[in-house]
Design a protein around this ligand. Structure first.
Ligand code: GDP
Ligand code: IMO
Ligand code: MG
Length: 430
């Protein structure tokens, strides 16, 4: 019996999961996404070309590997079709090596309507959702009113669809949302619905399977499975900065329910963190920088959302949050990305503790959104040199190694690798 290794984000998303999954894929037989949906934007770069994936797992560029969209994922068929077409334009044909769980839930156009209606109703308390329909679609899943991928093969699919759409429109109207003025990519709800319905043909052509049986059979055969997370631990529905979170279990526990594997089948848990920290959308961010350093991180790090294009908020690495994420996930290995963004910094800082109401703590408080948190910062001299001269981990500048050593010591988790550019080739394993 083989095991499932896990790769997930430890911050507020965008840690570089897509890139690292692509790099690790040669060591696995199956890459499986376990949660999230088109709110994710996973970037991969190789041979001078950049690819952004939203629903399709990041192992898709390796033809001989099976990629699975698990039951815990949400699929928006029109976005899925666009993603498939974008791959085809780059001569990547996913029809043979992409399997989709029949139990994955669908995002309807009216889920996207409701997402916009909910956000508008929140006024100043907006979450900053990606507006892809994530919250409403997971709400229907939990309320037992959702529609699943397997349902598109059934005779009563259209009936189920119409009923759910009708309910969504009623809720949107109750929230005083202008349904007629609503647009998705410039299209009215009805226009987008036509596109959405047409795209079901693309979805139907893929292998729609009971992915829990498939994955467990792979494990029994000794095949190696890598579970790919989306978002990050601080956006987890239970443990993130609620309500400024996404609507799924982004942590290791989500792998079990999102793929149908037993907890005892979980092997290594590789957690990714940037060497600094970013967040898109609203919610607490104790180490956020509002000065030129923050702007420099954003500019040099190209910190603009891969899904929405919004600029990401930037700040120093937050070790209380990172320690929390390591605890929740049982992280066995850390992977650090983007230290190269700070190559020209005279000084690099990390937050080791929080000062809250005069007390020092390294715990994330329940009142995370309400209390004033003063990050306690430890300063390190910058390494002030490019990192691309290093061909192995030990060749990295000593000052960076000292900085990384402190992260290991505070989290208690060893670093497995450091990524020093967006490109597939630039990952240094320790
Ligand atoms: P994901 O959602 O976790 O897959 O991450 P995103 O793709 O949303 O954001 C990560 C961004 O950082 C992308 O633009 C990547 O190309 C880029 N990136 C990943 N690793 C590195 C790195 O080590 N250095 C630099 N400079 N960029 C990186
Ligand atoms: P990847 O996989 C960064 C954020 C949104 C918003 C909140 C809720 O690329 O790391 P949602 O659309 O899920 O209802 O939005 O979560 N968010 C992300 N931030 N990376 C992501 O995914 C995200 N997915 C959602 O900005 O604040
Ligand atoms: Mg992303």
């Amino acid at each position: 019996m083989s095991i499932v290794d896990v790769l997930l984000g430890l911050q507020w998303g965008d840690e570089g999961k897509g890139k690292i999954v692509d790099v690790l894929t040669p060591g696995y037989d199956v890459i499986a996404r376990f949660q999230g949906g088109p709110n994710a934007g996973h970037t991969l770069e190789f041979n001078g070309i950049k690819h952004v994936l939203h629903i399709i797992p990041s192992g898709i560029f390796h033809k001989d590997k099976i990629n699975v969209i698990g039951n815990g994922v949400l699929i928006e068929p029109a976005i899925f079709k666009e993603e498939v077409e974008a791959l085809r334009q780059k001569q990547v044909e996913p029809i043979e090596n992409l399997y989709i769980s029949k139990k994955a839930h669908l995002i309807l156009p009216s889920h996207r309507l409701l997402d916009a209606a909910n956000e508008q109703a929140k006024g100043n308390a907006k979450i900053g959702s990606t507006l892809k329909g994530i919250g409403p679609a997971y709400t229907d899943k939990i309320a037992r009113t959702g529609i699943r991928v397997g349902d598109i093969l059934e005779f009563d699919f259209k009936e189920k669809y119409q009923l759910l759409k009708f309910q969504h429109i009623q809720i949107a109207q109750m929230l005083h949302f202008d349904v007629d003025a609503f647009r998705i990519s410039g299209m009215t709800l009805e226009e987008y619905e036509t596109k959405w319905m047409d795209s079901l043909d693309t979805l139907r052509k893929f292998k729609l399977i009971n992915s829990e049986y498939f994955i467990n059979a792979c494990l029994k055969d000794g095949k190696k499975v890598l579970a790919e997370g989306a978002q990050g631990s601080m956006l987890d529905i239970d443990f993130g900065s609620y309500p400024f979170v996404t609507s799924s279990s982004t942590i290791t526990a989500g792998v079990c329910s999102g793929l149908g594997v037993a907890p005892s089948a979980i092997g290594r848990v590789m957690g990714i963190t940037k060497a600094y920290c970013t967040r898109v959308g609203a919610g607490p961010f104790p180490t956020e920088l509002f000065d030129t350093t923050g702007r420099t991180l954003c500019e040099i790090g190209h910190e603009y959302g891969a899904t929405t294009g919004r600029s990401r908020r930037c700040g120093w690495i937050d070790l209380p949050a990172l320690r929390y994420a390591c605890m929740l996930n049982g992280v066995t290995d850390l992977i650090v990305t983007k230290p190269d963004v700070m190559n020209d910094f005279d000084e690099v800082k990390m937050c080791t503790d929080y000062l809250i109401n005069g007390n020092i703590t390294d715990e994330i408080p329940f009142e995370f959104n309400e209390v004033e948190i003063k990050p306690q910062l430890k300063s390190f001299p910058g390494w002030k040199m490019p990192l691309n001269m290093a061909t192995k981990f030990s060749e990295l500048p000593q000052r960076l190694l000292d900085y990384l050593g402190e992260i290991e010591s505070i989290t208690g988790v060893p670093i497995l690798a450091v990524s020093i550019s967006p490109d597939r080739k630039d990952v240094l394993f320790k």
